[in-house]
Design a protein around this ligand. Structure first.
Ligand code: GLC
Length: 414
């Protein structure tokens, strides 16, 4: 075990709040959905029981309709805005009313490989199935997964949403006090115009009682997104394997996989020559080459059309993978999802590349992630040009991907 391994473990243990992990102290004081899935994978490297508990606490917050919320507000913390009172979901424990990337089934697959506890798998399986079914029932547009709020994609202020966000009416938002900019440098965070829109969309959901049909028909924001589509596709493949392990009939999941594969193709922007987000309200592509575009391999698609674009981007940055095209008009090396490198996305991209046999690119992405962590520490994200660390420190998911991938010798079998 290296010192970095020990530090990564200590970060996970230090961010443990008793059955769930916070992403980092201060800035994010609650349980976040996809952060928890990465945390579980990290725990699987040294404490499988704690890994299972992470996912069990996440899935315990599932809504009756199958949705698994993006934040679970276990204990009120006034240092975070918008908190439970703003979301008004009436759930116990309180949660937000939107979801996040469905990594959980893939995390369960990893945990099960480390600790083949069939009883725990059998308890989680129907919940995962219900969550995936919720996506298929409420969130598909031509087979691609839609987000109803930028926070659902986990890529909060990506340029991908700029077009769709521009038409969100913020006239009813009023005054509010942000908390995030008290914890970290405002230059690294979304701007006020973004926050006004995040709240306008939130208020729409709250005011209709989080009615998915009303949100689909009249919500202010609906974008079909490659990251959600590719991640759900992968999660369905992993869930089908888990179902087979339990002797379940997986025909329904196989059907979803076929639908999502067709949906992924609707996200191919032929003019730009890459996977892209599509505004469902206008039918327009975003024209944004983002880190989500490279998740096609992780989705298990046999499709190398993105390879030249990836190689070109790798040649233009010191540290891969920038969350947005470094030569794009909206690129900003420090502002959150508008340029910086995110270790968890690197892990997903590199895993897919390795599985598809693109070992050079997979290794480059792993090595860059490792170097960033070794030189700067377990930060939330990093500048792709100079490697400057950004956002929160001692970050759970950065520690987790160190333990399962960035700090490991073998990059193939993740
Ligand atoms: C930010 C990120 C999101 C993450 C959350 C907690 O909102 O954009 O992806 O889940 O922080 O780490």
């Amino acid at each position: 075990m290296t010192d970095f391994d020990a530090e990564a473990r200590a970060i996970l243990v230090g961010n443990d709040r008793g059955g769930y992990t916070v992403p980092t102290k201060g800035l994010y004081p609650y349980q976040w959905n996809w952060d928890s899935a990465f945390a579980a994978m990290g725990f699987a490297a040294f404490d499988a029981d704690r890994g299972w508990r992470e996912l069990e606490s996440l899935m315990a917050a599932q809504w009756p309709n199958g949705m698994v919320p993006h934040i679970i507000f276990h204990e009120v913390d006034l240092g975070y805005f918008p908190g439970p009172d703003v979301w008004g979901t009436g759930r116990e424990p309180a949660t937000t009313g939107i979801t996040q990337p469905p990594i959980a089934a893939s995390a369960v697959a990893r945990l099960f490989a480390a600790d083949a506890d069939k009883a725990r798998l059998a308890a989680l399986y129907p919940k995962l199935l219900a969550w995936h079914r919720w996506f298929v029932e409420y969130r598909l547009d031509r087979g691609a997964v839609c987000i109803t709020h930028p926070w659902e994609a986990g890529r909060d202020n990506a340029p991908d949403w700029d077009g769709a966000m521009a038409s969100v009416d913020t006239s009813g938002v009023g005054e509010y006090i942000r908390r995030d900019t008290a914890h970290v440098n405002p230059e690294m965070r979304p701007q006020k115009a973004d926050y006004d829109r995040y709240l306008a969309i939130l208020y729409f959901g709250r005011d209709c009682g989080w009615d998915e049909v009303e949100i689909a028909d009249n919500g202010p924001f609906r974008v079909a997104d490659p990251s959600m589509t590719f991640i759900l596709l992968r999660a369905c493949r992993d869930l089908a394997v888990l179902g087979a392990e339990l002797g379940e009939d997986t025909e329904e999941i196989e059907g979803w996989i076929a639908v999502l594969e067709a949906g992924a193709e609707t996200l191919w922007n032929p003019e730009a020559g890459h996977y892209d987000s599509r505004d469902v309200r206008t039918g327009q592509f975003a024209g944004s080459l983002s880190c989500a575009s490279y998740l096609c391999w992780y989705a298990g698609l046999v499709d190398d059309r993105m390879l030249p674009k990836l190689q070109s981007v790798l040649a233009r940055v010191r540290y891969a993978v920038p969350s947005y095209d470094p030569d794009g008009p909206e690129f900003n090396a420090l502002r959150y999802w508008r340029g910086p490198v995110w270790g968890i996305v690197n892990y997903l991209i590199s895993t897919g590349l390795a599985e598809a046999g693109h070992m050079t690119e997979a290794a480059r992405i792993r090595d860059d992630t490792r170097a960033l962590i070794e030189v700067h520490g377990f930060y939330e994200y990093f500048d792709p040009l100079e490697g400057r660390p950004a956002g929160g420190a001692a970050f759970t998911w950065t520690a987790a991907i160190w333990l399962i991938w960035a700090g490991q010798a073998d990059i193939g079998a993740n």
